[in-house]
Design a protein around this ligand. Structure first.
Ligand SMILES: Nc1ncnc2c1ncn2[C@@H]1O[C@H](COP(=O)(O)OP(=O)(O)OP(=O)(O)O)[C@@H](O)[C@H]1O
Ligand SMILES: [Mg+2]
Length: 326
């Protein structure tokens, strides 16, 4: 309690030093933003959003407020050269999937600040892989984890604590692995969007290093039916993923979404299987993977990535203990 008050006092001082006036500081206070989390919210927001939400007098004052918040929370968005970038990237931990083959496909694991999409038909292992990541993220860095917690947004009602427990045992974690996974089950897209924009950062502030949305598309497909809703639906998905990516960058967390696959019949008679959600999800995802089941084996293939060759793939299997090397 005393600590929070002292923090608040210190933040006031820092804000004043950074040129934020007393009226605006009072506004931040009444909006509940005078905290480290609140300042990160200001960093995550665009100036236009700040003008609207805080009834600011001008775009410029919103820009100034964001700059002040950035300097206080130490968020760097200045330009760096490629050598510096390489050094920065090498220092970042990479999250292991717990599967050697998939880690190699991912060039060492999943990187914080990036958005990974796993698309596939039913039963192709998307949910199993997400469960496994919610466990491996808890491992210490020397074991390929991020010593972090997980937030699992379960839109399809398929999250299973039993699967977490089974996987946790395999990785040498006990029952405590369960309490490090926060599960949220939104009933509609409004709840999903509100959670990601307004609640998620609370968990990230509290040490979550992985955010899963399994799946990103189900609620949108159920709610926005028909062509006349398509533009609105795409805009809403875009906004959701944009917030997810902002938080992943600000908190150095790994973001993962799963996606369904749609079949597009071609005149030739061949059916093309593509992830749902069109260009919006395609562009938002840093890396896209297609998962398939072929007989008794599963396959994961890269379909788009700035680093991983398109078409690169690896087999895996799913057992009682989780996702494993084939
Ligand atoms: N306890 C278990 N032991 C062995 N295999 C399991 C176990 N639980 C799940 N599986 C395997 O995982 C498969 C389901 O994978 P998963 O739930 O990840 O599919 P998905 O890609 O998420 O599908 P959907 O699109 O329906 O959500 C099952 O078909 C089964 O083969
Ligand atoms: Mg699933």
């Amino acid at each position: 309690m005393g600590g929070a008050k002292a923090d608040e006092k210190e933040l006031r001082r820092l804000l004043r030093e950074a040129g934020v006036g007393p009226t605006l500081i009072a506004k931040l206070e009444s909006a509940g933003l005078l905290s480290p989390r609140g300042l990160k919210f200001i960093v995550a927001a665009t100036p236009d959003e700040l003008v609207e939400w805080l009834s600011l007098s001008s775009y410029e004052s919103a820009v100034k407020l964001r700059e002040a918040a950035k300097s206080i929370v130490g968020y760097q968005s200045a330009a760096v050269d490629a050598a510096q970038l390489m050094e920065l990237e090498e220092r970042l931990p990479k999250l292991t999937t717990g599967v050697k083959g998939i880690d190699e496909l991912l060039q060492g694991g999943l990187r914080p600040g990036e958005l990974y999409e796993f698309a596939g038909e039913f039963g192709t292992g998307k949910t199993q892989l997400c469960h496994q990541l919610a466990v491996t993220v808890q491992l210490p860095e020397e074991k390929g984890g991020m010593a972090g917690k997980a937030v699992y947004i379960d839109t399809e009602g398929t999250f299973s604590p039993h699967r977490i427990l089974a996987m946790a045992e395999r990785f040498g974690l006990g029952r405590s692995a369960l309490s490090a996974v926060t599960v949220y089950r939104p009933l509609n897209t409004g709840e999903l969007e509100r959670f990601v924009r307004e609640e998620l950062s609370g968990y990230l502030e509290d040490g979550a290093k992985l955010v899963v949305i399994d799946s990103v598309i189900a609620l949108y497909r159920a709610q926005y039916r028909g062509m006349e809703w398509l533009a609105r639906r795409q805009q809403a998905i875009n906004y959701l993923l944009d917030w997810l990516k902002r938080w992943a960058r600000i908190y150095s967390a790994v973001a993962v979404i799963t996606n369904q696959v749609l079949t597009h019949p071609l005149p030739s008679g061949v059916a093309l299987k593509l992830p749902a959600g069109g260009n919006i999800i395609a562009h938002a995802s840093t890396h896209r993977f297609l998962m398939r089941k072929a007989g008794d084996a599963w396959l994961i293939e890269c379909i788009d990535s700035p680093r991983i060759p398109k078409g690169a793939s690896v087999q895996f299997k799913i057992t009682e203990a989780g996702v494993e090397d084939a």
